[in-house]
Design a protein around this ligand. Sequence first.
Ligand SMILES: C[S@@+](CC[C@H](N)C(=O)[O-])C[C@H]1O[C@@H](n2cnc3c(N)ncnc32)[C@H](O)[C@@H]1O
Length: 217
Amino acid sequence: MRYDFNMLARLNVLKFVWFYLFMPFSSQVEFFAWWKRDFRSPAPHSVKMSILGTAKDVHVWVETGTFMGRTTKILAQNSSRVISIEPSTELAARAAQLFVNSRNIEIVNGLSEVELEPILETLPASSLNIAFWLDGHYSEGITHLGPIETPIIQELEIIASKLQKFHNVTVFIDDFRCFASQQQDYPATSFLSEWATSNNLKWSVEHDIFIARKSMT
Ligand SMILES: C[S@@+](CC[C@H](N)C(=O)[O-])C[C@H]1O[C@@H](n2cnc3c(N)ncnc32)[C@H](O)[C@@H]1O
């Protein structure tokens, strides 16, 4: 096959090579594996993080499912407050220890379907722009397995009931492919789009992440 690159495409390739050469080895391995999978989901972590970076001027990030705190750490670099919910006592304790000196990170040990509502209730009115990274679910290994694999339906009900409290709201839901293949306890993709539409949110899907936005600006 013959590729006819224009100038911009060539520059993008150079940019990628430069970016690739200087990324940590673990990320290079992730990118290589992604390329071998013909860029099928899931995308490397850095690609997912660039999608979360499209939420601008976020005052508070709420993450469900802390796991090793990999995303928590990145969210805290661009926001004044990050609240991350993790039901596994062991993982929550590990994250609390990891972020003991990070004053803008709070680790909440509990189920998101239980903890999310009181967290949103107690957020001050000054938390104008809020973003959610909904990634709390059973994921094999040492991750928590409760009565349901994913609490996404409850999480979205809680968020819908608090939408009016915040100015800009962005909801990122990871692992869209699990909704598409209707893995155990995962509702259909139409549940996500109908939830967004019925709450007057604009929605899209990028690299296995469902995104819903309420933007007042
Ligand atoms: C895929 S991992 C999260 C990865 C992490 N958010 C990141 O970006 O690196 C899923 C996590 O969700 C947690 N989890 C399982 N059930 C949960 C629930 N009901 N509420 C919140 N978190 C849950 C698991 O223990 C696990 O740590």
